[in-house]
Design a protein around this ligand. Structure first.
Ligand SMILES: CC(=O)CC(=O)O
Length: 653
């Protein structure tokens, strides 16, 4: 039997929030069998109307009104409603700890270091609430952030939401057109931006882009600019613009009157990657997001008030929203603005030691990249505060589990977590009660009736299928913006299997209840009619020292589909037949003959979305000579040229 790569010791699991919650549910329900995670998960999906109120109480949600009924129209998917008689304010829940303990620790590539206690954070938010109120912001208005990963970004979100207005953010690496594609759809009243940001050893000034964006957004009444770089910022010729300090300056930090809004009141607007057209505006509700994030942070991530939690993210990725919710537990969130590969790949490991991070998160790609760079923090860093490593963004290869336990730290819970923008949270995550198996996410999230469906829409176990969720959950979006009849919303998630949420991931639920992610369902390869997840191939190829990254797509070929693999190699290397053969051999030995690519080609770059995900669909379109859905959604559209140039060669044989 396969051995786990890590097990929690008895003290750690006994003291975890999840263990306390198991005991709490056992006492409340009188169910004596409730001693482990498996019966708890079953209870959570069978009895949602009992389960969610227990999460609510255990996590201390602040709200007014009647918490019953919990669920109305509970069989409808979509169409179920949660807590129709409750009113709450999301920001009030995040700002409920007013102590002198640290709430935000901030560092950046320029060497800036700032810290805010929970009390100071509350005061900063209070002043901005007053300024926004005076600027006319009221419930339901949209406030947008085109901002680096700053304390001000968190403060602006909290102030917006305190007023019952809706927050939406993108990071400054987005081009003006991409920002207009997003914010142009939601008609914001206020835009927050900064003058510049540090990345990769350079200062990137972007006020010109902010001007371009604001010129295209006629609904904007105010543009509030953070003078982040320290250089003078001239705004006098820009009538709607004001410096952050001037905007906030005249207001005192009083008590915040948090607008009490319905449970489903819009909180955030997030955007789909937009690779197939204009990005969809996904609207997340305040109550559902709060409850789901608390469940994930408190129970699955075991976040406690004395923790320091870090995720490498920008405010354009949902992991930023997820991280910020950590404030509700009284914990400290650690923010870093800059490239994660600075200091020879050690910058984030240095940050852990410098700031005492206990829960550390980054993308699976970053873990693979620092491993390739030869970084071995176990030899160079103390990492004494570190007890959990989180990974997401793409499937975490089994070899990355080896890296973490061998080269980072032996005694950490390595939790690969997966969900995404559509639910601003996760379907599968970590669990302090369970062992970690190489290549496997530990469990399905509580309250989420996740299954893997075969093509006939039947649940399968121990075999690949599509990730679905069979029952309503509070963190389902409340809808899409500008989609009053819900047509786009239903088409996005409920077309494939009526009445069931289809997430678009290709996964396997293992017999012991773990989850393996094979990649996106729309990128699966179908040679000879057999579905193969792209992650199965990347995992093999990227083990080779020569290969930095790869992308695999299916090419229509003689009435079937054949696999074509593109590899980016280390600087100066050229793909030759010997390396091709080693790649094929590795794939053949560790997977099946069907996984072996028919063609392997070298490229220098792989197209990725602005949030850093490689896009197989754009590559597939290029090699078939089809137009790529939305080039503005790509961070590096120039990368497409190489694939177009290879089209003829690929068509020839
Ligand atoms: C939690 C996630 O699934 C994050 C992502 O991949 O976008």
């Amino acid at each position: 039997m396969e051995e786990p790569v890590w097990r929690p010791d008895a003290r750690r699991s006994e003291n975890s929030n999840m263990a306390r919650f198991v005991r709490f549910v056992r006492e409340r329900t009188g169910n004596v069998d409730m001693v482990r995670y498996a019966p708890l998960w079953k209870f959570s999906v069978r009895e949602p109307e009992q389960f969610w109120p227990l999460v609510w109480e255990f996590c201390g949600v602040r709200a007014v009104g009647e918490p019953t009924p919990v669920l109305v129209n509970g069989d409808a998917m979509p169409g179920a409603h949660w807590y129709p008689n409750v009113r709450l304010n999301f920001a009030e829940n995040l700002l409920r700890h007013r102590s002198d303990a640290p709430a935000i620790v901030f560092r950046n590539e320029w060497g800036h270091a700032r810290e805010f206690s929970h009390a100071q954070l509350y005061a900063q938010v209070a002043r901005l609430v007053a300024a926004l109120r005076q600027a006319g912001v009221s419930p339901g208005d949209r406030v947008a952030g085109y901002l680096p990963n700053l304390p001000e970004t968190v403060i602006a979100m909290l102030a917006t939401v305190s007023l019952g207005a809706i927050w939406s953010s993108t990071s400054p690496d987005f081009g003006a057109q991409s920002v207009v594609d997003r914010f142009g759809q939601i008609q914001p009243k206020v835009l927050f931006a900064a003058d510049a940001y540090p990345y990769g050893g350079k200062t990137h000034a972007y006020l010109d882009r902010v001007r371009e964006v604001s010129a295209a957004l006629p609904t904007l009444e105010r543009i509030v600019v953070v003078a982040y770089s320290g250089a003078p910022v001239a705004l006098s010729d820009w009538p709607r613009a004001v410096a952050w300090d001037a905007f906030v300056g005249a207001h005192d930090a009083g008590r915040i009157e948090f607008a009490q809004m319905p449970f489903a009141h819009p909180l955030y607007i997030l955007y789909s990657s937009g690779t197939t057209g204009v990005p969809k505006c996904i609207v997340h509700g305040a109550g559902g997001t709060l409850l789901q994030h608390l469940k994930e942070l408190v129970l699955h991530t075991d976040l406690k008030h004395d923790d320091r939690i870090f995720y490498y993210t920008t405010c354009g990725w949902m992991m930023w929203n997820w991280l910020v919710s950590g404030l509700a537990t009284g914990a400290c969130i650690v923010l870093y603005d800059g490239s994660p590969l600075r200091q020879k790949g050690s910058v984030l490991w240095n940050l852990i030691d410098a700031t005492g991070v206990s829960i550390f998160g980054a993308s699976a790609k970053w873990l693979a990249a620092v491993e390739k760079m030869g970084v071995r923090p176990r030899e160079s860093h103390r990492l004494s505060s570190l007890r959990t490593v989180l990974s997401t963004g793409s499937p975490l290869a089994p070899e990355s589990y080896d890296y973490v336990y061998r080269d980072v730290k032996r005694d950490v819970l390595l939790a690969s977590i997966s969900g995404g923008t559509d639910i601003v949270s996760c379907f599968a995550l970590g669990n302090p009660l369970l062992p970690v198996y190489r290549g496997e996410l530990q469990c399905r999230g509580l309250g989420l009736k996740v299954e893997a469906y075969n093509e006939r829409g039947q649940p399968v176990r121990g075999a690949p299928g599509e990730l679905v969720c069979e029952a309503p959950f509070p963190a389902m979006p409340v809808g899409f913006w500008n989609d009053p009849d819900g047509v786009k919303y239903r088409a996005a998630y409920f077309q494939r299997f009526p009445g069931v949420w289809a997430h678009g991931d290709f996964i396997e639920i293992t017999p012991r209840g773990g989850v393996i992610i094979y990649g996106r369902a729309d990128a699966t390869l179908n040679p000879g009619g057999v579905r193969i997840g792209t992650a199965e191939i990347y995992r093999q190829v990227e083990q080779l020292d020569e290969v930095l990254e790869s992308v695999a797509v299916g090419q229509q070929w003689k009435g079937d589909v054949r696999i074509v693999l593109f590899v980016c190699l280390r600087d100066g290397l050229e793909l030759d037949d010997a390396l091709r053969e080693r790649i094929r051999q590795l794939i053949r030995t560790n997977t099946t003959a069907r996984h072996v690519p028919a063609r392997i080609e070298q490229v220098t770059d792989i197209p990725r979305t602005i949030s850093g995900k490689i896009t197989e669909i754009a590559v597939r379109d290029m090699i078939h000579g089809r137009p790529v859905g939305n080039i503005d959604a790509l961070a590096n559209p120039d990368a497409l040229g190489e694939f177009a140039a290879l089209r003829e060669t690929l068509e020839a044989g």
